[in-house]
Ligand binder design. Structure first.
Ligand code: FAD
Length: 468
């Protein structure tokens, strides 16, 4: 029997891929809470849809193509609503600096002119990279902020990378590893002395990339130039459809049952839950690393220590609806992000109505806290305080003073892991420990090789391949 811990999209995907290879009745997926889907949660609120977690998925690369293949296999292709690269939500992304919104350059023309808050045209910062000396980094890791500052200057680190890191993992670019987003750029510098130099050299080195076989939906995404996409009834449709698929196949899906410990004896795992125990021959844990840690701590304290080494942060999410379609030039964008140097409690605001417009209402999603959650909100903030902060910044920054029609406030505790400097080494220690002790345990989910929906679905597929 194979046991999967966690019923978010990665646990459900692991069950799906496993059910294609072994008898579904031999698969048990156990979820702690009273619902499946994890952080993917879409709430229909009258006429509007509030996304509490992820809003959109990117179609690009192998992970993107893999998710599209899953969507196609689940017969959800007709549910997809793409945002094309020429849509304002794809082109217009802003940052909030010195109490003003600034549009980030999105094409060559934008990179050629000097735009506030940058002190010179972005293209000049890029070209100046050619003249920066190479620095060998002894442990093979540094913060993404330090790396970008070294190669492209402070402006780019401060106004492009810092807000981007806030938007992707709600973290501090000064702590997050360069391998999180800029692995290939870092490797080009370490190998060839510079990013531009390295890119040119590698162009001539005939490096053959493995071409991935694209499914029909991925081919469509490529030819129609999708930037990102969502699903008609919200992204939660994906985990819910996975649940239906698994139930039809008679995979054992159990809710309301947090796992409390895993004990390994004679190639078997004895898993304890709130009201029951299960014996399995392999466990796939899709939980956050720091939630898998306490389960193995008693028997494997060293492994637990490595797992605890991957921290996570809390994000406050406020979805807010205003009556009618608010006309305002600023709102013709995906939204804006706030560099941490601006010292305000919000990470950014998504303009949902630019992505998916309606005549009846205007919807925003305010994200706040992250790495700085406790600093701004303390340990136990009220929902009202988060709502008040959201309204204040919507008024101040977007100049919207209307009464809000409806809202939804959620505090997503420990929702995004942080790949801090040393992450690659930490992961290697974890895998080495599991291999050395021949443990029938495989890990997937957000803590290891990417925090996005695509990454965790691919991590589940890879986990299943490893198990088999
Ligand atoms: C605010 C926010 C915005 C995001 N935006 C985007 C976006 O726009 N695009 C994108 O691609 N990604 C985005 N992400 C990331 C995306 O949501 C995640 O990659 C994905 O949802 C992770 O799924 P998962 O199954 O790995 O983890 P989870 O969703 O965390 O699922 C883990 C499950 O395990 C359960 N569990 C915990 N402990 C136990 C236990 N002891 N026993 C049994 N079960 C347990 C939990 O209840 C949960 O259901 C966002 C995330 C957040 C939080």
């Amino acid at each position: 029997m194979k046991l999967i811990l966690g019923g978010g999209v990665s646990g459900l995907s692991a069950a799906y891929y496993l059910s294609q290879r072994i008898s579904p009745s031999k698969i048990y997926l156990v979820e702690a809470s009273n619902r499946f889907g994890g952080w993917i949660q879409s709430k229909q609120n009258g006429n509007v849809l509030f996304e509490l977690g992820p809003h959109t998925i990117r179609p690009k690369g192998e992970p993107g193509a893999n998710t599209l293949q899953l969507i196609e296999q689940l017969n959800l292709s007709n549910e997809v609503i793409p945002i094309h690269t020429n849509h304002p939500a794809a082109k217009n992304r802003m940052i909030y600096v010195n109490k003003e919104l600034h549009l980030l350059p999105s094409n060559l023309y934008g990179a050629l002119i000097k735009r506030k808050p940058f002190s010179k045209p972005l293209l000049m910062s890029v070209l100046s990279e050619l003249f920066q000396p190479q620095k060998q980094i002894p442990d093979g890791d540094e913060s993404i902020y330090d790396f970008i500052e070294r190669r492209f200057g402070k402006d780019v680190a401060e106004y492009a990378i810092s807000p981007l890191i806030c938007g992707i993992c709600a973290g501090d670019a000064k702590e997050i590893s360069v391998h999180f987003l800029a692995k290939s750029l870092f490797e080009l510098e370490q190998k060839h002395g510079g990013i531009i130099k390295g890119t040119i050299k590698e162009l001539f080195q005939n490096s053959k990339k493995n071409k991935i076989e694209l499914c029909n939906l991925a081919k469509r995404a490529k030819s129609e130039k999708w930037s990102v996409y969502s699903l008609k009834s919200g992204l939660e449709t994906l985990p819910l459809t996975l649940v239906n698929n698994l139930q039809e196949k008679k995979v054992n899906l159990i809710k309301n049952s947090p796992c409390t410990s895993l004990e390994f004896h004679d190639n078997k795992i004895f898993a304890k839950f709130k009201d029951q125990s299960l014996i399995s021959d392999h466990v796939i844990s899709s939980l956050l690393a720091n939630k898998t840690a306490p389960l193995v701590e008693k028997q494997h304290p060293e492994l637990a220590e490595y797992l605890y080494g991957i921290p996570s942060v809390t994000v406050g999410v406020v979805n807010i609806e205003f009556k009618g379609a608010i006309k305002n030039d600023k709102l013709n964008a995906f939204g804006f992000l706030v560099p941490p140097s601006q010292r305000i409690p919000i990470l950014g605001i998504i303009f949902d109505s630019c992505c998916f417009p309606s005549n009846d209402s205007t919807v925003f999603t305010v994200m706040m806290g992250g790495k700085w959650f406790e600093e701004y909100f303390g340990t136990d903030p009220s929902e009202q305080s988060l709502l008040d902060v959201s309204k204040k910044y919507i008024q101040e920054i977007l100049n919207i003073h209307n009464e809000c029609e409806s809202y939804e406030v959620n505090i997503l505790k420990d929702c995004i892991p942080q790949y801090t400097v040393g992450h690659v080494q930490r992961i290697q220690n974890i895998y080495k420990y599991i291999d050395k002790h021949d443990m029938p345990l495989t890990l997937c989910g957000t803590s290891y090789s990417g925090v996005g929906v695509n990454d965790v679905i691919l991590s589940a597929k890879n986990a299943v391949q490893k198990v088999l």
